[in-house]
Design a protein around this ligand. Structure first.
Ligand code: NAD
Length: 367
């Protein structure tokens, strides 16, 4: 049964990690390493059942393969989950035990932070393995990825404007931004720097007030955000907000934001395409975070990270080209772009560069 599931999702390897003393129950899923070692975060969550944990780690690791491939990284996709409650089950020994399992994979999987995990937990993991990113800046880590994600989202937006309107004049358009958290507030700053009109909502009233007072945004109610007459709808909070209930209300002709899993279903993505709404695929737009941590592998450099964010513009533009070329919705085009890259690199054979080994030399001379 488990092999059937793994085969259906195309996974290479799934590791179940157990330590009674440490109270560790973890699963590491390596989906695809054609492009490089599998990079993906560690999530800690009180899963109701082991099956829920398996489903989650398989879904998330597969998603990382696509995200890393579209981002142009030389990294494959993987993910890990620890079954437990982050508010009460954390300990040094738990994360060190997890770190040992990561280390045992010899670099096939590189871990990072995800839901329920913070930089202190990563410190413990880092004591047991070097195959970890998202450690504190004093250890060469990259720190908070949010400003990079926001800047990357701006690049995705510019690609969408170029595609839809033939210009990248961000300030000329209006925006409905849902969520003014770490990424949303930075993104709003970038929009306002260019003089754009920004409507904002958040369940955190203080965050909204800051956007109004300090950035000159217009506040709207939580549910009103879908009815705002804006050119771009930018989900920067939750997933699944483009759904059957909201699709008729959203007037924007571009959807581009940092939130994960913005489309409730594939059918919604098909319908957006039918209506001529340009959807900039979330995992291509919000790849700034993973690009940023990926640079820790070779030694982190902030300037290089900022330059790398610019590639999101070209990646999103390429997705739109594929969508047009193949007559498919953009969410499918993103997947196709990932699959094409993995397919072609997977088949790549380097030309033979010669062999200077003495025992071949005679043969090469035909002796
Ligand atoms: P965050 O928690 O700092 O911000 C989310 C904000 O959304 C909060 O201010 C919260 O109050 C608000 N919010 C929650 N529910 C809401 C609702 N129903 N309506 C309006 N606002 C609501 O998180 P973040 O780091 O800014 O991430 C935002 C989104 O971007 C998430 O979906 C995250 O998965 C995604 N993302 C973030 C990064 C990153 O670098 N931080 C990278 C990739 C993807």
């Amino acid at each position: 049964m488990i092999f059937e599931t793994i085969a259906n999702t195309g996974h290479e390897e799934v590791v179940f990690c157990h330590s009674k003393d440490a109270g560790l129950k973890a699963i590491i899923a390596i989906h695809n390493t054609v492009l490089g070692p599998a990079l993906g975060g560690l999530r800690m969550w009180p899963y109701k059942s082991e099956q829920d944990a398996i489903n989650d780690v398989l879904r998330l690791s597969r998603g990382m393969t696509y995200k890393n491939a579209v981002a142009g990284l030389n990294l494959g996709g993987g993910k890990a989950v620890i079954i437990g409650d982050p508010s009460k089950d954390k300990s040094e020994v738990l994360f060190r035990a997890f770190g040992r399992f990561v280390n045992s994979l010899n670099g096939r999987y590189i871990t990072a932070e995800d839901v329920g995990i913070d930089v202190n937990d990563m410190e413990h993991v880092f004591r047991e393995t070097e195959y970890v990113t998202g450690v504190h800046q004093v250890h060469g880590g990259s720190g908070d990825p949010s400003p990079f994600t926001a800047y990357g989202t701006l690049q995705g937006l510019m690609a969408a404007l170029q595609f839809k309107h033939g210009n990248e004049d961000v300030g000329k358009y209006s925006y409905a931004v849902q969520g003014a958290g770490h990424v949303g507030s930075e993104f709003i700053k970038l929009l306002r720097e260019q003089g754009a009109k920004v409507f904002v909502t958040d369940i955190n009233k203080d965050a909204v007030q800051r956007c109004v007072d300090e950035l000159g945004c217009e506040a709207v109610g939580l549910d009103e955000i879908y009815d705002v007459d804006a050119d771009v709808y930018s989900p920067c909070a939750l997933g699944g907000t483009v759904n059957e209930q909201t699709i008729d209300r959203i007037k924007a002709k571009i959807i581009c934001g940092a939130a994960n899993n913005q489309l409730a279903t594939d059918a919604i993505g098909d319908e957006l395409s039918r209506r001529g709404v340009v959807y900039a695929p979330d995992y291509a737009v919000n790849a700034g975070g993973v690009m940023n941590v990926s640079l820790e592998i070779d030694g982190y450099n902030r300037e290089r990270a900022m330059r790398m964010m610019r590639t999101i513009y070209y990646n999103v533009g390429r997705i739109f080209e594929i969508a047009q070329r193949d007559g498919i919705p953009t969410y499918k085009a993103a997947d196709r772009m990932a699959e094409e890259r993995i397919g072609i690199i997977g088949k790549m054979r380097l030309p033979h560069m010669g062999n200077g080994a003495p025992r071949f030399q005679g043969r090469m001379r035909g002796q």
